[in-house]
Design a protein around this ligand. Structure first.
Ligand SMILES: Cc1cc2nc3c(=O)[nH]c(=O)nc-3n(C[C@H](O)[C@H](O)[C@H](O)COP(=O)(O)O)c2cc1C
Length: 321
């Protein structure tokens, strides 16, 4: 059996990447009901919202699902008190560059004792190794093709390195939306696949309709990374806001730019996703937006991608070198 499925208790090794304001209970439950792992995007959310979303998800599915947190000290006591109380099946921890080994050990033990499986998403091989040594169950490595916060390495480069180094199953993330991406990830040794951008346009995703239209219309070169100079790189649609952010970075020192950008960044994702402001909002999405062309149910996103991968893999033995 596929190790990702076995460990997480799911039927299909597809993980829906958590997305703040986007992966709320209806999408998460739809993904989990379809046999994948839905993950609530509640990394920076207030406690009542997290509890409400977990309860809502449980009312819509009896399948495993995850809740998102960020591996930074100021976040972890707060989320751990919720975890030990409501015991979500999976805790999905995102990393900001530079994971702390002692912090991982301390909290992973508590989360495991609460009966949770743990996934860590890393963008650096060093972070993936620290998480693995601290006892994480599944590691995701995310390349810079992906939507939202990224670093500087590509999925095709990260996945084989993680597979070579680690004994635990590796999930590929960043730039995957269909069977071709999944087949490529399998060729690199991945045992699971995380899709984020692809689920932005799922029928069950409660974002402003403008967002889905922009994701579907976008092509290559439609996204840009802001926040390079302030060490907070973020891939999003090239729009008025992104151009302004890049201008601020170019015209200010790192410290001054970070000071100006932070408040803008904090409210801009909500402005795009909830209010539908496609110019002054941050329309975070990955490069794969160019291959996302239709709105369909979460179950179809998963099943079409798996069927596509099976078709490609069946043809590979006939490839002539
Ligand atoms: C709009 C948006 C919001 C995101 N928010 C989060 C988040 O809150 N926490 C997190 O761990 N990852 C977040 N991500 C990253 C996704 O979980 C996932 O890793 C990424 O989308 C995978 O790459 P892909 O977009 O190429 O599929 C976000 C991505 C997008 C597109």
């Amino acid at each position: 059996m596929n190790r990702v499925c076995e460990i997480l208790g799911i039927e299909k090794p597809v993980i829906q990447g958590p997305m703040a304001w986007i992966s709320t209970a209806p999408l998460v439950a739809a993904v989990s009901n379809a046999g994948g792992l839905g993950v609530l995007g509640v990394g920076f959310a207030p406690e009542p919202f997290i509890r409400e979303q977990i309860a809502a998800t449980r009312s819509m599915t009896d399948k495993p699902f995850g809740i998102n947190t960020i591996m930074i000290p100021q976040n972890l006591d707060h989320i751990t008190s919720i975890i030990t109380d409501v015991k979500p099946p999976v805790v999905y921890a995102d990393t900001i560059d530079g994971l702390d080994s002692a912090l991982c050990k301390k909290y992973f033990d508590i989360w495991h004792e609460a009966g949770c499986k743990i996934i860590v998403k890393a963008s650096h091989i060093a972070d993936a190794k620290i998480a693995a040594d601290a006892g994480v169950d599944v590691i995701i490595v995310k390349g810079w093709e992906g939507g939202g916060h990224v670093t500087f390495e590509a999925t095709t480069v990260l996945v084989p390195q993680a597979v070579d180094l680690l004994d635990i199953p590796v999930v590929a993330s960043g730039g995957i939306a269909d069977g071709r991406g999944i087949a490529a990830a399998i060729a690199m040794g991945a045992e699971g696949f995380e899709l984020g951008s692809a689920f932005m346009v799922a029928e069950e995703t409660l974002v402003h309709p403008n967002v889905k239209q922009v994701v579907i219309a976008a092509g290559d070169m439609s996204t840009v990374i802001t926040g390079y100079s302030t060490d907070e790189p973020c891939r999003q649609i090239k729009n008025k806001l992104a151009n302004e952010l890049i201008k601020i970075e170019a015209e200010n020192t790192k410290a001054a730019a970070a000071e100006i950008l932070r408040p803008v960044a904090e409210s801009s994702l909500k402005k795009a996703m909830m209010e539908g402001d496609m110019e002054d909002g941050a329309v975070m999405v990955g490069q794969i937006t160019a291959l996302i062309t239709e709105i369909k149910p979460a179950a179809a996103i998963i099943d079409d991608a798996i069927a596509g991968a099976k078709e490609i893999l069946a043809k590979i033995p006939a490839f002539e070198f």
